[in-house]
Write a new protein. Structure first.
Length: 529
DNA sequence: TTAGGGTTAG
């Protein structure tokens, strides 16, 4: 309890947002006083307690809010519709506490107000499956704009962007007005679906309805960025008359990274002060993508100067940057210093060793991850397994790759995707095990994943290495039937026929290639000067 | 009570 008072005294900025009743209460506290020693002075007044609950939630102290709520219960303070929104917000990470509060809402008859019901929906949205959210929404007596907005937001959070659009249509047909929050959520759904046309329509609504704001502009920058329209993103950014905040600068920096405008990111980095984790993550990613170790090291120095070296996501980006720029030693050093390693940290370092041809070390790291899984509860995911498989592939470790493939299915219940199959088929092919690769390839016919072009390309290479024309010919025809407008597919098929001296086939392919307007992409090398 | 910006493969 001692830290409660100290925290308040150390953060004067937050004290300004303190409700007046709570201010008077906290001003009575001595720096070392105990919170609940003071509670009798609140006279069991629910208004004062509710104000204090809200204050703790806004100050980012949900644990204090929950303690206070428990104290209110034991003191017999009557709960009303103002008590529940803040306490539900404090339950966002605990489903069990949230359900208890839900029960109390029913007991105190505070479920019918749209405000408390929306808070309840929001709580389930942050810690429960979507069905719980939908149940709350269905049972709401009055579904106003805010309730619908909360539902849309929840659907998007649960990865159901297409359903968010369906919900929006129901909202409109229920004659509920939409507002700027609604449009903002729809823009986020467009980002998830990469839906440029829908996004443009919403942009038009934003202009027509004059719901333009910094938040809306940021969502628009994210939209245009996600579909590769960086010029449109810049137009939104430059057209803003109001002062810009860090979020919109970060959104634009991210747009530049995703669209290969690396120098623009470095220019933004100079303009923005102070920098935060997100802006620096974009800068580090720009260094990775442009293989610019010198800028990467300078940005790392800025990170140290800002004292942000403990941020896990930023460190993951640093591991990736050092690895891509060839400095595996620094990548490892960053990894060892991460206090809270997450699945991306482990995946990044495994991939670093794997892509540098250090398959054994990559596998050792994966085993360490599995050992630490019990204490740190960090589980490998599909990307981790792809990194392990890729590490085995780069080092020709066939048996280890096969073990990993089955471990993924049997122990972790992760369905291998086409990319996992492609990696394993590629490895088997290069090891001359065409029959084994073929069995895997055929098993994909039966699975729902289907045969993607990357799987076909891997199998085609296996047939080229193993000089198996019959199988390769079948795969080549399937690959061309997929109709993926990818010049490298044509090149692979052409090389396959060339390897067997079937030059007529090669000629035909090259003609078809030019007719479709495809151009061969040349390989590039990078030299930092 | 509802809305915006970051990391991991090939």
């Amino acid at each position: 309890m001692k830290s409660f008072s100290i925290k308040l005294f150390l953060v004067p900025r937050r004290a300004s947002s303190l409700p007046s009743t709570a201010t008077s209460f906290t001003s009575q506290c001595r720096p070392t006083s105990h919170l609940f020693d003071e509670i009798p002075h609140l006279d069991h007044d629910p208004c004062r307690f509710n104000a204090l609950l809200s204050y703790h939630v806004r100050a980012g102290e949900p644990a204090f809010a929950l303690q206070l709520f428990q104290q209110m219960r034991s003191l017999g303070v009557p709960l009303d519709s103002y008590s529940f929104p803040p306490v539900l917000s404090a339950c966002s990470t605990s489903q069990a506490s949230g359900r208890q509060v839900h029960a109390l809402m029913l007991k105190f008859g505070c479920i019918s107000s749209p405000i408390t019901a929306t808070s309840l929906l929001d709580m389930y949205s942050s810690n429960s499956p979507i069905n719980d959210v939908l149940s709350v929404f269905d049972e709401m007596l009055e579904k106003d704009t805010v309730a619908w907005n909360a539902l849309l937001s929840s659907l998007i959070t649960h990865g159901l962007a297409a359903d968010a659009f369906a919900a929006f249509r129901s909202m409109v047909s229920s004659r509920v007005y939409f507002n700027g929050f609604t449009l903002c959520s729809l823009l986020k759904a467009c980002v998830a679906l990469r839906a440029l046309n829908k996004g443009r329509q919403i942009h038009a609504w934003v202009i027509v309805t004059a719901y333009d704001s910094l938040v809306m502009a940021t969502a628009l920058v994210a939209l245009y960025s996600s579909v590769g329209q960086v010029e449109a993103a810049m137009e939104v950014f430059n057209g803003l008359e109001s002062p810009k905040d860090l979020a919109i600068f970060n959104a634009l920096a991210n747009a530049c990274v995703k669209n290969g405008r690396f120098n623009d990111v470095f220019e933004l980095l100079v303009k923005v002060k102070p920098l935060d984790e997100r802006m620096l993550t974009s800068a580090i990613t720009a260094c990775s993508e442009s293989f610019n170790l010198a800028y990467g090291k300078q940005t790392h120095c800025i990170i140290l100067r800002y004292g942000l070296q403990l941020d896990t996501i930023l460190c993951n980006a640093l591991i990736n940057m050092y690895s891509k720029c060839g400095d595996l030693h620094s990548a490892h050093l960053v990894f060892t210093r991460i206090e809270k390693k997450n699945v991306a940290s482990w995946t990044s370092i495994i991939d670093s060793y794997g892509s540098h041809g250090r398959g054994n070390e990559a596998l050792t790291l994966f085993q360490r991850m599995e050992e630490e899984e019990v204490s740190c509860s960090v589980l490998p995911n599909a990307v981790t397994f792809l990194s392990v498989l890729s590490a085995c592939s780069h080092s020709g470790m066939v048996n280890e790759a096969k073990e990993c493939f089955f471990l993924m299915k049997d122990k972790y219940a992760i369905d291998p995707g086409p990319e996992h199959y492609a990696c394993l088929i590629d490895l088997l092919g290069r090891a001359g095990k065409v029959e084994e690769a073929w069995d895997l390839f055929c098993s994909l016919y039966e699975s729902r994943n289907g045969l993607t072009s990357s799987v076909c390309v891997a199998m085609l290479n296996a047939c080229t290495v193993g000089m198996d024309f019959a199988k390769g010919d079948e795969v080549a025809k399937h690959l061309l039937k997929l109709g993926t407008p990818n010049s490298s597919n044509y090149v692979q098929v052409s090389n396959f026929y060339g390897a067997f001296g079937r030059w007529l086939g090669v000629e035909e392919l090259r003609t078809g290639f030019s007719r479709r307007g495809l151009k061969k992409q040349f390989g590039t090398s990078h030299v930092a000067v």
